[in-house]
Design a protein around this ligand. Structure first.
Ligand SMILES: NC(=O)c1ccc[n+]([C@@H]2O[C@H](COP(=O)([O-])OP(=O)(O)OC[C@H]3O[C@@H](n4cnc5c(N)ncnc54)[C@H](O)[C@@H]3O)[C@@H](O)[C@H]2O)c1
Length: 298
């Protein structure tokens, strides 16, 4: 059985990724400040901004029960780090930056120094600089890919860029595989009910370029990251194949981003965040396209 320590597993995205890992035979220990309601997963209440707690938690026993026969720590195969303040305007700007940056530094440093061979961290589509920009901002080109010169202007996206650099530095120094997943707008199964309202107002999702990632497909991407070794430091976009709009991608571009250059040919409904690298290097194949759950209205 592979063992994973997961941070932020009690949150919106983490709970689905944790469940996906459990369904694929992983033992998961969740580190969070809030408990997770999953009978197969224990939560160790841990504040990731405290390096002492993080070192202790990452070297602790991962089993479920305090009466288990042997409570000694076992080998950990991977750390998946999702715990964060997930956007601006929840906490003051300096707090989102402090918690996300120091939390991620603490997790990566402890994982590397404890010899855990794989670290996966949650980055964000906001790194592309459009989502939380002041006013409308055109990107330099579509589709947004992992080569894009990221330059956001908000504290949340800046924290995620800093985290990617931290990951790169530790990977270079240690040889540990550290993959940063630039996650698009996470959609839980019950949120497909929101899609018809979004179809009626396509401009509402313009800033996220209509991206989405089904929370279960995100689980697949994280699992493939755990199971794909030897890539060093990498950044991967995590989005489904299509946009979350029922309008053709060319029509969205014509209406909302008419000045932006498009690289290559896009499919009729293809996402404006590229998942090509994620498919090619990790073998991602989406299982939950929104058309399985929602009827287009256009
Ligand atoms: N939801 C999205 O659409 C989306 C998009 C892009 C990136 N992300 C990233 O994915 C990750 C998960 O996002 P989410 O939407 O599930 O957020 P969430 O707020 O629902 O979950 C985050 C979890 O982190 C925990 N946490 C916060 N501070 C902590 C601390 N100091 N110590 C321990 N745990 C702490 C919270 O208790 C919570 O359970 C985040 O890193 C976020 O930035 C999310």
């Amino acid at each position: 059985m592979k063992r994973v320590i997961f941070t932020g597993g009690s949150g919106k995205a983490g709970r689905h990724v944790v469940q996906h890992l459990v369904e694929h035979g992983y033992r998961v220990l969740n580190l969070d400040t809030k408990p997770l309601d999953n009978p197969n997963v224990r939560t160790l209440i841990t504040d990731i901004t405290d390096s002492g707690q993080v070192f202790n938690a990452l070297s602790s026993y991962t089993g479920l029960h305090e009466f288990d026969a042997d409570l000694r720590p076992e080998k950990i195969d991977a750390v998946v780090h999702f715990a964060a303040i997930p956007r601006i305007m929840i906490t003051p700007d300096n707090e989102v930056y402090r918690i996300n940056v120091m939390g991620t530094y603490n997790i990566i440093e402890a994982a590397v120094k404890l010899g855990i061979p794989k670290v996966i961290i949650a980055s964000s589509e906001t790194t592309y600089g459009i989502v939380f920009a002041n006013g409308h901002r055109d990107p330099e080109y579509f589709p947004l890919d992992e080569e894009y010169p990221v330059d956001p202007m908000d504290s949340y996206a800046l924290s995620k860029i800093c985290n990617e650099k931290t990951a790169q530095a530790f990977a270079r120094r240690s040889g540990t595989d550290i993959y940063a997943i630039r996650i698009g707008n996470v959609i839980e199964p019950n949120e497909y009910a929101l899609f018809p309202g979004w179809f009626a107002k396509p401009e509402f999702r313009r800033r996220i370029a209509w991206s989405y990632i089904d929370a279960r497909d995100l689980g697949q991407i994280v699992r493939l990251g755990i199971e794909t070794d030897g890539l060093g430091f990498q950044v991967f976009n995590a989005v489904n194949d299509d946009t979350s709009s029922d309008l053709p991608t060319a029509e969205l571009l014509r209406r909302y981003y008419p000045q932006v250059a498009v690289k290559g040919e896009l499919g009729e409904f293809e996402s404006l965040l590229s998942n090509k690298k994620t498919k090619e290097m990790l073998g991602f194949k989406e299982a939950h396209n929104w058309r399985k759950y929602v009827t287009p209205t256009s």
